[in-house]
Each structure stands twice: as C-alpha cells, then as structure tokens.
Design a protein around this ligand. Structure first.
Ligand code: ADP
Ligand code: MG
Length: 713
C-alpha cells in the first residue's frame, strides 16, 4: 500500500488510515488480464482445454466447480489409521513401475515416500505415466486411502511444496473436467488464475448490491472455487446465480422491449358477423375459460401492439376452437392467418378439424407441408400471396421464404415448445410491409411459472383449466408383474368389445427412430399372435412414409383397426373420440409431461377411459400419474423431478445452460432478477445510464438453435 496518494488525494487522512488498518485491498481491475491464455502445455492438455471451452484466464475463472471435496487437513504418515481416507504431504525417495503378477495386465506404480514421521509405500493403479515423471526428492500431496501395512493407495496427487496445501487441502473444488484436463490439473490452473480475480469487473452498482445483501462479483468468483466454508460457497453461488439470471432476464425482456418498439401489428377490428354466426353454429357452447380467452385475444388483436400470448390447456380442453376464433377474426377484418404445427400428422389433424368446424362458412383454408407436391405447393402459395386464400395450415414448411402472405395478421403456433426462438422470429417476419403479425402459441404442456419466467421473461399466458362438459376423467393404473399384465390385456378386450379403441405405446428409444420402429413392429407381432389375438391391430411408427402414417391413423379413427401399436409419433394432438385405453410400455422411460400428454389421447368421447402404465409401483412419476390428473400440478412436479435442463422444450426455448443457478430451487433469486431487470428496462431500455453501463457483460449470446425435426416431448 504505497504510493496511493493520487486517488486518495481528497479523502481525509482518517479515512485513509482506517482503510489501511482494515487491510482494504488496493484494487484496479485490468480486465485485459482476463484475456491472457491459461498456459496449458502439451497437445493433450490443450485439446482438453479446448473441449471445455477454456482459452483464457477469464474462461477458467468462469468455469465453476460442480462440487467440492472436503479433504480435511494434511496428516502425517505416523497419524494414519488403517482404512482411513486421508491427505498427506511427502517427499519421493524412489519409484518403480511393475506389472501385478496375479491380475492380468494391471500396472502398478509404487513409490517409496516419506515425511518427518517415517516412510510409506504409495501405490498408483494403471497410471504408468506417473512412474515416468516422479523423481526422487520431489514433494507431493497425496490423497487416497491408507490400506495399513505402510501402504497408501493414491486416488489423486498434486505437486507439493510452498503454498500447495492451500489449494489441495481443506475444501477443494472439483471442476467439470475433460480427457486431457483432469480435475487435479484444473484445480491447479484455477488456483494459478486466482490472482486475476481482482481484475474482474463488478457489473452491479453499489446500491443494488447493498439492497440485495450480496457479495461483490470478484469475491463471489473467488469463493465459488475456493470457499472456506460451505456457507461461503452458498453465498457466492447465490450471487453468481443472480448475475446469471439477471443477464437472462435483461436479454429476454430487452428483446421484447426492442421488438415491441420495432414494428406494429395489423389492427384486427370491425364487424364480427362471421365469428358471431360461427360460434352460434357450433354444436356446443364455449366454456367459461374459452370465452375468457376469446375475449382477451379479440381485444389484443384490435391493438397495434403485437400480441404474444401462450394459450395453455389440457389436451382436448378446446384450445383449437379458441385459436380458430382468432383466425376467423383476422379473416373477417380482411386479413389472413396461419396455423403451424410441429408434425405433419398434427397439421393434417388440424386440417381435418377445420374441415369439421368451418364447414358452414365461406372461409378458404389449405394445407402446406413438406410432402405437398410441387404443383400443389405453387398453387397454394400463389393463392396465399394474392390473398385469395385466407388460412394456411402447415408445418415448418410455412417458414420458407417463398411463403408470402398478402395480409397476415395472426400466426397460431401449436405446441410452441417444439419450435426454436429463431423459428418463431421467422414467423414474425411474415407480416405485411412494415408490420408484424400477432402470435398465439398453444401448448398442452403447461409451463410452470419458474420456467415461463426463466425462458420467456414473462410470457403472458391464458389458461383453459375447465374441460368441456361431459368429459370423463381417465382412471390410471400402474401395471407391474405378469398377473397385472394379463388383467390389462383382458381389460383391453373388454373395451374393444364395448366399442372402444386402444393405443399401445412402445418404449422410447433415446435418439434412435430406427430402433424404436423395430421395437414397435416386434410388439405388434407379439400382441397380434399372442395376448391380443383375434383383435384388429394397426401399426404406426416414425419410419413409415407420411402416406402410410395417414392410412394407419385413418384406419384407427374409422374403426378398421381397434388397437394401434405405435411409437410416440401419436403423442401430440391426435383426436380419436372412441379411444378409451392408453397402454404405455416401459412408462418409466417417459417424462411426466409426456405421460400426461399420452393419457390425454383417451377419454375424449363420453365413454371415459383408462390409462395403463407398465412399470414399477415404486416410480414416483408413475405414482404421481395415478394420483393427479391436473396437468399444471404434474408440470411443476416434472420440473422438480427432472431439473430444468431436462424439461421438455427448455433447450429449444433458448434457455442457456445455467452454471450457478439451479431451477426451480432458485425461483426466489429468479424473481428478484426479473424484478430488477424490469425496473432497469422501464427507465433505460438501452442500458445507457452509467450505473447500468456494465450490465451488458452479463448478457450472453444465444445458443445455436436445435433442429425441431425429431424432438420427443
Ligand atoms: P385441444 O386443441 O385443446 O386439444 P380441441 O380444440 O381440439 O382441443 O377440442 C377437442 C374436442 O373438443 C374437439 O372435438 C372440439 O370440437 C371439442 N370441444 C371444444 N370445445 C368444446 C366445448 N366447449 N364443449 C364441448 N366440446 C368442445
Ligand atoms: Mg389440439
């Protein structure tokens, strides 16, 4: 602390003295220090660093440990007890590498080491390179187990000597590692980078830090790697979680502010003759929730501010009817609409329901998917471009640049979580000159509040909780063991005899459509020749052409087949009112949200239904399915059981992988971050005020988009 005159020139001598007494650090961040290379040597280690994305000192400090180990203090050899896990600091006397004579191929490296209390034999298994670089006289810190009889089995070792014990004893970090860069090496590198912590900039202004009661960022980064106590660690982690979530919220909400400011939406107003007549012509009356949703959407469509709404509701709760009302509003005001679904099966299904629901109206609509013929496609696009065609239904094909509606006012996106952020943005670009369309997302997978906040900032939602009257709840049973299975097949026969139809869903095979298809085919053969002999079975899987799939679906919905053996291609939105049984093989492989979706396929008519989940009665997910039929409750539980990274659609929603925060556990921090972000953006959307100027460093680049072609919900 010498030569500190200039910056303190105007401070009182007293203040200066007390700062010195408290040992306040003299700090001047030099962020460029963080750009320095991390200094790994050797091709293997360099590759390892690259695999982890660690190029600079800053990267290294941002590479948070995923856990810590409490190594305790260094013991002397004389203190070791047989069977004890311990850390010792020793000097190498001699080294020898040999092949264990009994066990095949096992390579032992044995070093005689010693400290002031005596010698010991340290043993490494199958790490011949250790023998090559250990030298007599070298100091080492060894972690491992004392096996008794002067033999110590080494789990991990690092260089000893001055300062070593600070890094290698007590609570030590274990960082996510790679082949060339083991945790031990990473720990050393991070320890070496530790001095650069002082060069980290504090992005938050002091007043906020004080009101949050959080440590500054440099201290938090230091403590997340090398905490002195568990409590230290948690305080540091919370601070870094806050930064992470604040960055996310600023990004999400900021984008919204800018987007909202950018382009207005077409105003959908005027005569309501068409929609009024249409609602009156429906064979049912809308439920209270449907009416409320229709009213909100109608009001928002009438404004220049682009609508972005998420309509959530159980399968069969009548979302499509609500969406269709919006599309018809667009049409009767002289505009056009689009309805986009994630799969061809779903798009065709929407076409069919529009055929049913719009039969009595003069509204024109058409389908566009990847399998639409070139000639048909050309004609449809021409009609859409001239405005002659009012509603276009389709898959991702709707995102193609040659889809150029004349007066698009509303896009409805079904099962929105299957589309990426950028795909959704591409939809927005299809509005008329200088305008962007309103967007209505629909999902049958309710999004827990945590996730809605984290992934969307705060997407405005509309919920349909009330099921149309006459719908029966679906009884759910876990089928475990052969007798239960036999009863299940019996139940299937009874249901078919009573006119019902049955889905049998085959196990999910992660990332292999081919395996999934062959498993379904096998199950189909097995059931046809065995337990369900005599019934009419159909088969549906992702390896079939879309024409074949369509045929299989049609045969099932017409009743030509009574049992449909299928992979998860049927998962979303398929509507067969006669279906009364949903049997799911290996149900434990599915997520809760997905099981709930599957169950939603049955009990859609007046006959009620039954859901048979093959699996263990001990599986929490399956028990939850037995106990609850509320999709909103199950969605929260799903998040809890699987963690945010796993949850359906999270990755596709553009939520970056979180390093310090953990959801839903950190909901409270998330809410704080959301609140702070809103306050900041309300007064200064471009972060121009000096006290906000450093916040930009918390906002990360969006991750690359995933393909939505085959995402199993
Ligand atoms: P979702 O899109 O939410 O899965 P749909 O809109 O496809 O649900 O509706 C499912 C079925 O229920 C359709 O056959 C639809 O005609 C019917 N339906 C929709 N709303 C009602 C209602 N209020 N009363 C009775 N039946 C309804
Ligand atoms: Mg639907």
């Amino acid at each position: 602390m010498k030569d500190i005159k200039p910056p303190y020139a105007f401070a009182s001598t007293e203040a200066l003295d007390s700062a010195q007494l408290l040992g306040a650090p003299w700090r001047s961040p030099r962020p460029q220090q963080l750009e320095l290379p991390i200094g790994v040597k050797g091709p293997k280690a360099m590759k390892g660093a690259e695999a982890l994305g660690l190029g600079s000192v800053g990267d290294l400090l941002g590479h948070f440990p995923h856990r810590h180990e409490d190594r305790g203090e260094v013991l002397s050899i004389g203190e070791l007890k047989s069977g004890q896990d311990a850390t010792i600091e020793v000097e190498v006397r001699s080294v020898e590498t040999r092949r264990a004579w009994k066990r095949n191929g096992l390579i032992l490296t044995v070093a005689t080491v010693a400290d002031h209390t005596g010698p010991l034999e340290a043993v490494w298994f199958n790490q011949p390179w250790v023998g090559r670089y250990l030298k007599a006289g070298q100091r080492l810190v060894l972690h491992g187990r004392y096996e008794g009889k002067a033999r110590f089995r080494v789990v991990e070792h690092e260089g000893g000597g001055a300062g070593a014990s600070e890094v290698t004893t007590g609570i030590v970090p274990v960082h996510p590692a790679s082949d060339g860069l083991p945790p031990r090496k990473l720990r050393e590198l991070v320890a070496a980078a530790r001095t650069a912590v002082a060069d980290i900039t504090e992005p938050l202004w002091a007043g906020l830090l004080v009101s949050l009661g959080m440590p500054d960022r440099p201290a938090a980064i230091d403590a997340i790697h090398f905490p002195r106590t568990e409590a230290d660690y948690e305080v540091a982690r919370r601070r870094l979680a806050f930064d992470e979530l604040l960055g996310l919220q600023l990004d999400l909400l900021g984008r919204r502010v800018h987007k909202a400011g950018a382009l207005p939406a077409p105003v959908v107003a005027g005569d309501k003759g068409l929609t009024t007549d249409w609602v009156a012509s429906l064979p049912f009356s809308l439920t209270g929730d449907q009416l409320a949703a229709v009213e909100t959407i109608t009001a928002e469509l009438a404004s220049e501010t682009p609508m972005t709404r998420l309509l959530m509701g159980e399968v069969g709760s009548g979302k499509t009817v609500v969406a269709l009302h919006g599309l018809l509003r667009a049409v009767e005001s002289g505009h056009q609409g689009m309805l986009m679904a994630p799969t061809e099966t779903l798009a065709s299904q929407h076409l069919r329901s529009l055929e049913g629901l719009l039969g009595g109206t003069p509204v024109s609509f058409s389908l566009l998917t990847g399998s639409t013929s070139a000639a048909q496609r050309r004609e449809t696009l021409d009609r859409f471009e001239t405005g002659e065609l009012s509603i276009l239904i389709g898959t991702h094909a709707l995102l193609e640049p040659d889809v150029r509606p004349a007066r698009l006012a509303l896009c409805v996106v079904d099962e929105q979580h299957r589309f990426g952020v950028r795909q959704r943005e591409r939809l927005s670009s299809k509005g008329p000159e200088g305008k962007q369309p309103h967007v209505l997302h629909m999902t049958a997978t309710p999004i827990p509040r945590t996730l809605a906040l984290a992934a969307y900032g705060d997407l405005q939602t509309l919920a349909i909780r009330e099921l149309p009257s006459g719908r029966q709840p679906v009884a759910t049973h876990i089928v475990e063991g052969a007798p239960a299975r036999a009863r299940a097949y019996e139940r299937i026969r009874e249901e078919v005899a009573a006119g019902g139809r049955v889905f049998v869903v085959c196990p999910l095979v992660e990332a292999s459509e081919a395996l999934e298809a062959s498993a379904a085919t096998e199950e189909y053969d097995r059931l046809r020749e065995g337990p369900l002999k005599g019934l009419r079975l159909g088969l549906l899987h992702g390896r079939m052409s879309s024409a074949e799939k369509e045929l299989a679906m049609e045969a099932f919905s017409d009743g030509d087949t009574e049992v449909l053996v299928s992979t998860t291609v049927i998962e979303v939105g398929v509507d067969v009112p006669e279906a009364t049984v949903m049997m799911v093989e290996n149900a434990e492989r599915f997520g809760l949200a997905q099981l709930h979706q599957l169950r939603g396929r049955v009990g859609r008519g007046s006959a009620g239904g039954v859901c048979l989940l093959c699996g263990s009665k001990a599986a929490r997910r399956l028990v939850a399915m037995e106990e609850s039929s509320d999709g909103f409750v199950l969605a929260e539980l799903d998040l809890e059981l699987r963690g945010e990274g796993e949850l359906t659609g999270v990755r596709q929603s553009g939520l970056p992988r979180l390093k310090a925060a953990s959801l839903p556990a950190d909901l409270e921090i998330l809410e704080q971050a959301n609140k702070v972000a809103k306050e900041i953006l309300a007064t200064d959307p471009d972060l121009l005020t000096p006290k906000y100027a450093l916040l930009g460093m918390l906002v990360s680049e969006p991750e690359p988009e995933l393909s939505a072609d085959r995402i199993v919900a």
